[in-house]
Design a protein around this ligand. Structure first.
Ligand code: SAM
Length: 286
């Protein structure tokens, strides 16, 4: 069997049932450590699984994509192969290709969804899910090629008075995490190049950093403020550009988040790390 198991965004948000599957059902576990970052550290989970005598591989992209897919599927014909993925296993990942290959070969598939940045960012933003348009990822220009697609999405969404959720490029291996000001600047440069005016300096953006972790931060800023702000390195960011016209409750809520320092993230991270460590300790002393 092939199992795709969501890890949630953090130790605070990993579903208990998914953790049990990893501990009890999987013969081999590929931990996808390249599509996102798990808080506070994916190694806590890896160590716990290794101590439970699990066969664990911290997978790089080439191990789960392209020609490697056939090997993974062939293994899943003989044993329970699990792919553990940060967030939801199928949201903003390419893992649906593995499912297709497995099903084509008659391998049973079990998908275990989990909290994703998609629902988390929407929830934290105080904006209504009904009013979100298409989602896109902002990627940096490469070898002079500028990817205009995020701007096209923003334009389309704003024309329909919809909110836009942007994921920002990461390259975990190269330790590259795009900052919100880089992303906004890319959008502003594209619109300047095209001679358009979709986003203005005074428009509001919502920045969500390291969501569902102890380090979570939410910023409500104007485009101009966001472009001038110094954002932390090594941080995961999601950017939301609200529709031009907000629902009165949305407007009131984001103004309150902006003006009052009342919006917190309380986590049990330390307790949960201690629990994982005591699990490892108990297993070692058996
Ligand atoms: C390729 S997507 C993977 C999404 C993942 N499968 C999920 O369901 O959450 C990774 C991008 O999502 C955003 N992201 C993921 N986790 C985040 C977090 N905890 N806080 C803020 N942004 C996050 C970042 O923009 C990051 O580059």
């Amino acid at each position: 069997m092939l199992r795709l198991i969501g890890l949630g965004l953090s130790i605070d948000s990993i579903p208990l049932g998914n953790l049990k599957k990893l501990l009890l059902l999987c013969d081999k576990i590929f931990v996808d450590a390249y599509t996102s970052v798990w808080f506070p550290d994916i190694n806590i989970l890896v160590k716990t699984l290794l101590n439970m005598k699990k066969d664990v591989i911290i997978a790089k992209r080439y191990m789960l994509e392209g020609s490697a897919i056939e090997n993974v599927v062939n293994e899943a014909m003989k044993k329970d192969v699990c792919i553990a993925v940060v967030g939801d296993p199928l949201i903003a990942t390419t893992h649906s290709i593995i499912i297709v290959e497995a099903l084509k070969k008659g391998v049973e598939v079990d998908v275990s969804p989990a909290t994703s940045i998609f629902n988390t960012a929407i929830s934290i933003s105080c904006l209504q899910i009904y009013r979100f348009g298409k989602v896109a990822t902002i990627v940096s220009s490469k070898n002079g090629v500028v990817y205009e697609y995020p701007f096209t999405v923003l334009k389309m969404n704003r024309e329909q008075n919809l909110h836009t959720l942007f994921l920002l490029e990461i390259d975990v291996e190269k330790k590259y995490y795009m900052k919100p000001n880089e992303g906004i600047e890319l959008i502003m440069n594209i619109q300047k190049g095209l001679g358009e005016k979709v986003l203005a300096n005074e428009d509001i953006v919502i920045v969500i950093a390291d969501a569902f972790s102890r380090k979570q931060k939410v910023f409500v800023l104007s485009v101009e403020e966001a472009m001038k702000k110094t954002f932390n390195e090594n941080t995961l960011y999601t950017l939301i550009i609200p529709a031009k016209k907000l629902h009165p409750v949305e407007e009131e809520c984001i103004n309150l988040i902006r003006d009052k320092n009342l919006y917190h993230s309380v986590t049990y991270e330390k307790d949960l790390i201690n629990s994982a460590e005591s699990l490892i300790h108990q297993n070692n002393s058996l």
